[in-house]
Design a protein around this ligand. Structure first.
Ligand code: OFO
Length: 166
């Protein structure tokens, strides 16, 4: 096999992490839509699709090495959100965990002189910088604009615009 069992296991776990992130964002999008946050619903729907793309990238990488990737079982995400802000806090936390798990795979790949996996994951490192920045930027809006109904409406409009740039 072209990569070690250890790196393969970590990459398969990463596939599951991306799949679960996609599912979480879809659940948030669904909650946003029925709670009147149309912009946020579009934002999270687009983000769910991005996470699915991340999962597909890893599957494709393994397949190109002629390795069968493990297609994961998806955990049921929370259906109810405490608030729009809380959904973003959880999202940021998830992204920070993703960053850590990407780092872990890179460390393992480097220890094993697995340059191709190391290089492949560079894209994810840069993506995580963008994603953490994005969620931190949105969270700051709650402090800057506020949390009352009018403020949330403004934030929702901002999220609608942001969806096209994510
Ligand atoms: Fe948003 O994280 Fe994927 O990689």
């Amino acid at each position: 096999m072209k990569i070690s069992e250890n790196v393969l296991q970590l990459l398969n776990e990463q596939i599951a992490i991306e799949a679960n992130a996609s599912s979480y964002y879809l659940s948030v999008a669904s909650w946003c839509k029925v709670n009147g946050y149309d912009g946020a619903a579009c934002f999270f729907r687009a983000h769910s699709a991005e996470e699915r793309d991340h999962m597909l990238k890893i599957i494709q990488y393994l397949n190109e090495l002629r390795i069968h990737a493990t297609i994961p079982q998806i955990e049921q995400p929370p259906q109810e959100m405490e608030s729009l802000e809380q959904a973003f806090k959880t999202a940021l936390q998830n992204e920070q965990n993703v960053t850590k798990s990407i780092d872990k795979i890179i460390n393992a790949a480097q220890e094993e002189n697995d340059h191709r996996t190391d290089t492949f994951l560079e894209w994810f490192v840069n993506e995580q910088i963008e994603e953490e920045d994005l969620f931190e930027t949105v969270l700051q809006k709650f402090d800057v604009i506020g949390r009352d109904k009018l403020a949330l409406h403004e934030i929702d409009k901002i999220l609608d615009k942001l969806k096209t740039t994510t």
